[in-house]
Design a binder for this molecule. Sequence first.
Ligand SMILES: [Cu+2]
Length: 474
Amino acid sequence: MDDAGNTIDVMIHSALLNTGKVLMWGILQGAPDPPPLWTPAKLYDPIANTITDVSTTFDGDIVCAGESILPNGDVIVAGGTIIPTVTGGAGLANTTFFNPATGTWTQGTLMNNPRWYPTTVEVGNGNILVLSGHNQTGTVSVEQLETYNQTTGVWTGLPPSANDPDPGPEFLYPRMDLLPSGKVFKSAPAQQSDMFNPTTNTWAHLAKMNFGDRYYTGHVLIPGTSQVMVVGGTPTNAQGGGSYATNTTETIDLSQPSPIWVEGATLDDPRYNHMLLFLADGSLIVVGGNAGPGHYSQPVQAAEIYSFATQQWTLMASQLGVRAYHSVANLLPDGRVFSAGSTSGDTWMNNGQTLPTYNHYFEIFSPPYLYNGTRPTITSSPATISYGQQFSISTPDADTISSVALAMPSADTHADDMNQHYVPLQFSIGAGSLTVTAPVNGNLAPPGYYMLVIVNNNGVPSVMPFVQIPLSQS
Ligand SMILES: [Cu+2]
């Protein structure tokens, strides 16, 4: 890991924009208690290695909100808190947007419900589904689901049949994955997993996880399948944040008629509050987290990489910072991994303890594939593609390419990339080019911006240009 820069403030949310820059927002260093209601935000350019201040100028703390990237590339932030405190924030109904082209924030229409710790997930038609989160009381979870339509700019409250079937007050930031079927699967934190059907606005109970409740777990849809894997976590969300961490993982195959959870390869280090991300080659990385109990004790600083081919985790280098509760990480277009945040020790979040220096810093991890020979290069690729379309990638390395994929830019907080997709694509090899078939529909790859990657026979990925699947194509 390389120490790459200082964010000054502590970043709790991050999103990779289609400009290749990383948007972060969080809390002020040394803020008074209670802190101000505007939100400090930074824009990091990983190529120029520069940081720009893009703090909000309006009241409404957008920390501990839901976040996704809209089909047009804008970041949508759902909710936040009126008064941020460690013991339970009062939910905010605000909708807030960040426009990557102008570098500015705007406010949209209010949601039907205030939400603090909600999850946003993009469904196949490009709408953003929001669920969960505490309401304005700070103790009661919102049961109603809502969808945001980018074209109309309006939230629609769904009927009671769509109400969250497990609205426990502790079951915040539910882990959601859009499946190839178009349904949306909820894996955690409740032990009871559930499937939501956006067409009928109904839920179905599925199997329970073997481990029990899993708070602050990583979750991912395994590429090219209908299998969801959960990684690590903690069995309670007690005051102060969780008990011990688990190193277990479980996978459920949702293409089966009666799917069950099956335990898989264990992590080297038990952890929760970690980020679980796809790397450019389609493998997984876990970054940070801690072993508990509590949100900051026993930090885990070594990353681990999971290979779907060998089904094994491999321990990686340790990072400099403690990246526990409120840490973030993002895959960058050049294949490196950005890591930042963690509120441990913040004076108003942690009883006046000193803030560890590196929580203000961010750092960059270079995965092993960057040391495995010459990278393949993409010399040209389309700016937009449509569903089912064949398109061409120009590359002098065509005859060495073994896979082509789309990777959705990560937008994450609280150990959750809420819209993670790594979509393998069919392709054929020509002279100096690849002919690639775009995903057939939005359930496989919802509308929006993706990073396009080609990977060679040595497992080395290219730098990833952005490609958009516009909303109009869905
Ligand atoms: Cu939080």
